[in-house]
Design a protein. Structure first.
Length: 333
């Protein structure tokens, strides 16, 4: 199967799943009832959720500053904009294109190899998964609902720890890391070996910040703070509706969304976000109509404001890059 055909097939499957989940979320809900519940939202409280979301973008930028420090000292605004860029592109383009766009943007701005930027972004994704897992595990004993972690969770946790441990090892022993990958690639011929060896060197450079215990502690702390603040953001949405729910409800919502949004979906997780957010709220005892109204508002708050905020920045950067490339072409004899 051709790569383009496979991509369209995955997109079609994601759209079908999103459509099915959106139908399941709304099939029993009267739109007048939904509008009634949404109309009860206290907007000033809901707006505080934007503050929490903005703060999380700042935390992502701060964590990136630690991880990129050995390679390039980016201005904070550039790192913040890269996080905003990734979020916006993921919300409008399929196949997690936001992470690819962020890697390309940071590579251009810092004049770094893309593989080095890829290493940093990969470490950030692992840190996020580990941090949200810690938040879930710490809260789970206090939950009054039956939500066992199960064997897949422990396998995934072991995998994450292994990858992070491997990344720290590679940051301390980059020569051995490169030699190991080159030896494995050598089985496929000299050309593949040379390619892998070159990319693994720049990839190892992207992991170099992890050789510092202070950096490891700092980025771990920032990741935990990020997900703690994410739970606060969900709690703000709950307060905006005036729901009286258990204190651990935001963690239940994050748990459902973390695992639920891993399934193929449309950009912005239309349908899948609504289904799993509503399912989480019903799991803690909220009626279905109120749960769906919470999911609709929560999705809008998570996707729309910062996507709209990012669009002028994206267009300005695109126009700037186009002008720069045009100037280079004119100067080239």
């Amino acid at each position: 199967m051709k790569r383009e055909t496979r991509r369209w097939l995955i997109l079609g499957i994601g759209a079908a799943i999103s459509g099915a989940l959106l139908f399941l979320s709304l099939r029993k809900i009267e739109f007048s009832e939904l509008a009634q519940h949404i109309g009860k939202v206290t907007l000033p409280i809901l707006a505080l959720g934007l503050v929490a979301r903005f703060s999380n973008f700042c935390l992502v930028a701060a964590r990136s500053a630690f991880l990129f420090a050995p390679l390039h000292r980016y201005p904070f605004w550039v790192l913040f904009k890269s996080a905003l860029l990734a979020n916006a592109v993921n919300n409008v383009v399929p196949f997690r294109a936001g992470d690819v766009a962020r890697i390309g943007y940071l590579s251009r701005e810092g004049k770094l190899p893309a593989s080095s930027c890829l290493a940093v972004v990969a470490v950030e994704r692992l840190l996020d998964l580990m941090a949200v897992s810690v938040v879930i595990v710490c809260t789970l004993p206090a939950m009054a609902i039956d939500m066992p972690l199960g064997t897949p969770f422990y396998i995934a946790a072991a995998g994450m720890l292994t990858f992070v441990g491997g990344a720290i090892w590679a940051s301390r022993r980059p020569e051995l890391f490169v030699a190991l990958l080159a030896r494995v690639a050598g089985v496929f011929g000299k050309a593949v070996k040379a390619f892998v060896e070159g990319k693994s060197k720049t990839f190892a450079d992207g992991l170099s910040a992890l050789s510092s215990p202070v950096t490891v502690l700092a980025v771990t702390a920032i990741s935990l703070l990020f997900w703690t603040l994410a739970t606060v953001g969900v709690q703000i949405w709950i307060w905006a509706f005036g729901f009286d729910l258990p204190w651990y409800t935001p963690v239940v919502v994050l748990t459902f969304l973390t695992f639920g949004l891993a399934v193929p979906s449309t950009p912005g997780h239309i349908g899948s976000f609504h289904f799993f957010a509503a399912a989480a709220m019903m799991a803690v005892g909220l009626p279905e109509a109120e749960s769906v109204s919470f999911a609709v508002v929560g999705h809008a708050m998570a996707v729309v404001p910062f996507t709209l905020l990012a669009l002028p920045v994206l267009f300005r950067d695109f126009a700037k890059r186009e002008r720069a490339e045009g100037t280079q072409e004119q100067e080239t004899p």
